[in-house]
Ligand binder design. Structure first.
Ligand code: GLN
Length: 448
């Protein structure tokens, strides 16, 4: 823990951490030492890791990357945080992210810029950018992240690390600051699939009293089949993931990984996910709709920021929200409110829900002829800081390969598979069928 705290301190310019507290971390480390001395054999006993600041924690402030929650302290730990602590993990602190996890570059953090350790002039990806930076720069051996539309997979890809988002409902959302509740899911980000498997086993499992969408499926030992042979594995390669929008440098790295899988005994099967392009408008209707509802709780009354000066109650709400939320969050609240309004609900929200179902069905069709799906996690390598900062739609379009799996609630991961332009890392995305995490981790592990 001391080693990683020192590294976090000497690499502050990367902007990975939003909160560190040496005393808290060392107290947790001492407690782990005592558990070791007492002969306990918890799976992560004494392992330091850091949490995306979207998880609420008792021992550190929790901001969700927003001024709205500046200085907020939660009276409880998120279930995922509590489970990792129970497994023996020691928290190094809280990691930078886009405000309320809305973004793909970490540039929407209300606090600080996060930089890609491979090239500090580039973005690390987002929204779990701080988590990816911390792991890639060895400021933490592992981190938690959350993925609503790609926020674990895309920053993992951009920073050359491994990350997995489990099947929707496998990890409890209790204590995860809500963005789009039907999509939000927690997962680990680490150097390898093996590390991810160990963390995921501690993070998952039912939480029926606290998250009504948590599934009644017991946690598994996700590391159990890491070394299984890939002989006979059918890898589905979606035609639509290799269209004109895919940069040639990324394509070359992905193709090389697919060839490596053939050498390992897998076969490649061309599949079609015909509604891939529609996943962008569908996601950018459903996610803001849910966000506009979830973010109504920030009213200056219950918790978080409250405007200093105001007239009546309505004025207090308005000023509080105008001051507390950043531009992207406001944009999404407006879009979400619009698509849910009377007269527009049927035209936008309901249509989006119908296409979401079709996208999920397309995957089930595809899984008739393959065991896992492989393709790029993102169309390009990490872009330059500021390059897309004024263009929300350009950011949205770059989510094209992660959104379909998110909308279907499928598990997905990114595993490093080479380098593209500027020597920047490229991640291979693997998508599994529901509860196919152990298989995904096996497939990823064999590439490493
Ligand atoms: N980039 C997507 C968005 O901005 C996904 C974010 C996420 O997965 N949290 O909504």
């Amino acid at each position: 823990a001391r080693h990683f705290l020192a590294r976090a301190k000497s690499h502050q310019s990367l902007g990975a951490y939003l909160a560190v507290d040496e005393e808290v971390t060392l107290a947790q480390a001492r407690a782990a030492d005592q558990r070791i001395a007492a002969g306990e054999a918890a799976p992560l006993l004494g392992v330091p890791l850091a949490h995306k600041d979207i998880f609420v924690t008792r021992d550190f402030p929790s901001t969700a990357g927003s001024k709205m929650l500046d200085g907020y302290r939660s009276p409880f730990d998120a279930t995922v945080v509590a489970r990792l602590a129970q497994a023996g993990a020691v928290s190094l602190g809280k990691l930078n992210c886009d405000e309320f996890a809305m973004g793909s570059s970490n540039e929407n953090s209300a606090y600080r810029m996060a930089r890609n350790p491979w090239d500090p002039q580039r973005i690390p990806g987002g929204s779990s950018g701080g988590s990816a930076v911390a792991v890639a720069a060895r400021l933490a051996p592992a981190a938690t992240g959350t993925d609503t539309g790609g926020s674990i997979r895309q920053p993992a890809s951009f920073c050359g690390i491994t990350g997995i988002k489990p099947t929707y409902g496998r990890a409890s959302r209790y204590g995860m600051v809500a963005f789009a509740s039907s999509l939000d899911q927690a997962g680990p980000m680490a150097r390898t699939a093996e590390d991810c498997a160990l963390l995921l086993s501690a993070m998952c499992g039912p939480d029926p009293d606290r998250d009504s969408t948590s599934l009644d499926v017991p946690a598994e030992d996700f590391a159990r089949s890491l070394n299984e042979s890939l002989e006979g594995l059918r890898i589905g390669v979606p035609r639509e993931f290799f269209g004109a929008g895919l940069a040639p440098d990324v394509r070359a790295a992905i193709d090389a990984a697919l060839q490596e899988y053939r050498r390992l005994g897998a076969s490649l099967v061309e599949i079609s996910l015909p509604r891939t392009e529609l996943s962008i408008p569908v996601y950018y209707i459903i996610a803001p709709a849910e966000a506009s509802s979830n973010l109504s709780r920030y009213d200056g009354v219950k918790f978080g920021h409250r405007a200093k000066q105001y007239g009546d109650l309505g004025d207090m709400y308005q000023k509080t929200r105008a001051e507390g939320f950043g531009d992207e969050v406001k944009r999404r609240i407006m879009v979400g409110t619009y698509v849910l309004s009377h007269g527009y609900y049927d035209a936008y929200y309901l249509q989006a829900q119908k296409i979401r179902r079709m996208i999920a069905d397309d995957f089930q069709q595809a899984f008739k002829s393959c065991d896992v799906i492989a393709g790029p996690a993102a169309p390009t390598v990490a872009w330059k800081l500021g390059e897309k900062a004024d263009d929300p739609v350009a950011n949205y379009l770059a989510d094209i390969y992660t959104l379909p799996g998110s909308l279907a609630g499928l598990p997905g991961m990114s595993v490093p598979c080479g380098f593209g332009d500027g020597g920047m890392p490229v991640g291979l995305q693997l998508i599994g069928n529901y509860f196919g995490e152990a298989k995904l981790l096996n497939v990823a592990h064999r590439l490493q």
